[in-house]
Design a protein around this ligand. Structure first.
Ligand SMILES: [Fe+2]
Ligand SMILES: [Fe+2]
Length: 472
């Protein structure tokens, strides 16, 4: 029997028998999925110091305690309603937001919820082996915090499917547990969520760049005319911020350590000889995860994106900051590939909404890379990390037909094949990373050689705190 204690929520679950029954039916399958596909080796004997959302006010969602992962209380939360909220953009601008799904947009909205929902369990699956190679208990705990919150995001989307999409929604909720990251027959919907995350550099870059695509998508869904979707995604954004913190500071700490090692070797040594991660490798992983995450924003020119905007299903990031919310006349200038040649063209902005969101995303990523470069600067290095051109290594959109180098110069297929490992991780790079991550670090306060300790611990605890403990 499900109680509010077991599933913390602010959606009145105990007074909604139909929903309660539907979730009672789904929950055991979720727990089985978590055991099969969640953190491997950390199900029964480990207690993790995690944050559990027990309400939406700031004191309630920052509740910390030790829990065994399968006993985590995955809750359902909607951000507080906005009084008299009106649709803020598109053709229905100014009319009241919807509390139910209009029949004519049912398929489109279901697709949006399912696509978002599919990414949540996918990332848990991708990351399930990382606990066996963790650089510290602090990092292990952060990994699990991200994992349980992605699990909660799945709950959030399943709540929407069960509450607003009837029988189809229930079927979709089942399928969210059936597709599997990287599975050849039943893969996850989006490519970046089928890529393996086998080492901690992948993990930090994923949380920096791919979770930031999550932020892009959640920002645009939080503008939605469908009020329950808007309120659900608004609350998810608070958790997403922590995931990006894990990624950005993880790389910052690796950079800090790399600088120390380079300085120790008289500014000239081969960092790999000292067991560190060299700047070239960091740059390759930026190139990989940034380009994969750019793809998640979709085609440059998209009639779907135009219709999502026109119908108020998906807005722009921070829609209120724009002057024109109807966007019926506005044009947008973008670089595109026409008959094999690059050129700049103006197209109706509504059809460029994916590109508009991608612009926001690139700017947000760039700010993070600039912060990383300050570490190099402070340590007296002239090297800099950078984002590759957005045409580089694309698998979706018009630039996927041709190859480009990280500066955006077009390349022949032969040149690309010959040179791609100058820019993307090679087998040797991956083997090296696995070699320095072969032994996990489970001793409180100790850190792997390639990463510096964080500046502070979690929730006022010292860095030496036992963030994950094993039951005797
Ligand atoms: Fe998420
Ligand atoms: Fe996330």
């Amino acid at each position: 029997m499900i109680s509010a204690e077991r599933i913390p929520n602010n959606v009145g679950l105990s007074s909604n028998k139909r929903l309660q029954r539907a979730l009672e039916h789904w929950q055991p399958k979720y727990i089985q999925w978590w055991r099969d596909m969640g953190p491997q080796g950390f199900q029964d004997y480990h207690q993790v110091y995690v944050r559990t959302a027990v309400s939406v006010d700031p004191s309630g969602w920052a509740h910390f305690e030790y829990v065994k992962l399968p006993e985590y209380r995955w809750g359902i939360f909607l951000a507080d309603p906005v009084h008299d909220r009106r649709i803020g953009f598109g053709d229905f601008m100014g009319t009241p937001v919807w509390q139910e799904v209009p029949g004519e947009f049912r398929n489109q909205l279901r697709r949006l919820v399912v696509t978002q929902g599919d990414t949540e369990p996918a990332s848990v699956e991708q990351q399930r082996w990382l606990g066996q190679r963790c650089p510290s208990l602090y990092d292990l705990r952060n990994l699990f915090q991200v994992n349980v919150e992605e699990g909660r995001h799945l709950w959030a989307m399943v709540y929407l499917l069960h509450s607003y999409f009837g029988r189809d929604g229930r079927d979709e909720a089942e399928e969210l547990l059936e597709r599997q990251s990287g599975n050849r027959d039943k893969p996850r919907i989006l490519d970046a969520f089928n890529e393996p995350i086998e080492n901690w550099l992948d993990f930090f870059m994923f949380t920096m760049f791919t979770d930031r695509d999550g932020k892009s998508q959640l920002l645009s869904l939080s503008e939605s005319s469908l009020d329950p979707l808007s309120r659900t995604t608004r609350f998810m954004l608070t958790e997403e911020a922590h995931h990006m913190f894990v990624g950005e500071t993880g790389i910052s700490r690796i950079l800090e350590r790399t600088c120390q090692l380079m300085k120790g070797a008289g500014y000239s040594g081969d960092v790999r000889k000292l067991g560190g991660i060299d700047l070239e490798t960091l740059q390759k992983f930026i190139n990989l995860w940034f380009s994969l995450s750019l793809d998640l924003h979709g085609n440059e020119v998209s009639t779907n994106a135009a219709s999502y905007f026109a119908n108020g299903l998906k807005g722009r990031a921070y829609e209120e900051k724009w002057d024109d919310h109807k966007v019926t006349e506005a044009m947008y200038e973008l670089e595109l590939l026409a008959e094999g040649k690059l050129e700049r063209r103006h197209i109706p902005m509504r059809t460029a909404m994916n590109e508009v969101l991608r612009d926001w995303y690139v700017g947000d990523c760039q700010a993070g890379v600039t912060r990383w470069n300050r570490i190099l600067e402070r340590n007296g290095f002239s090297d800099r990390l950078r984002l590759p051109d957005r045409k580089f290594n694309r698998g979706i959109g018009m630039f996927s037909a041709v190859h480009f180098d990280p500066e955006g110069h077009q390349l022949s297929d032969a040149d690309w094949d010959r040179r791609k490992h100058e820019w993307l991780p090679s087998v040797t790079d991956r083997e090296y990373l696995m070699s320095i991550q072969a032994a996990p670090v489970y001793e409180p306060g100790k850190f792997a050689n390639y990463i510096a300790p964080p500046q502070r611990g979690i929730k006022g605890q010292p860095v030496t705190f036992e963030y994950v403990r094993t039951e005797a």
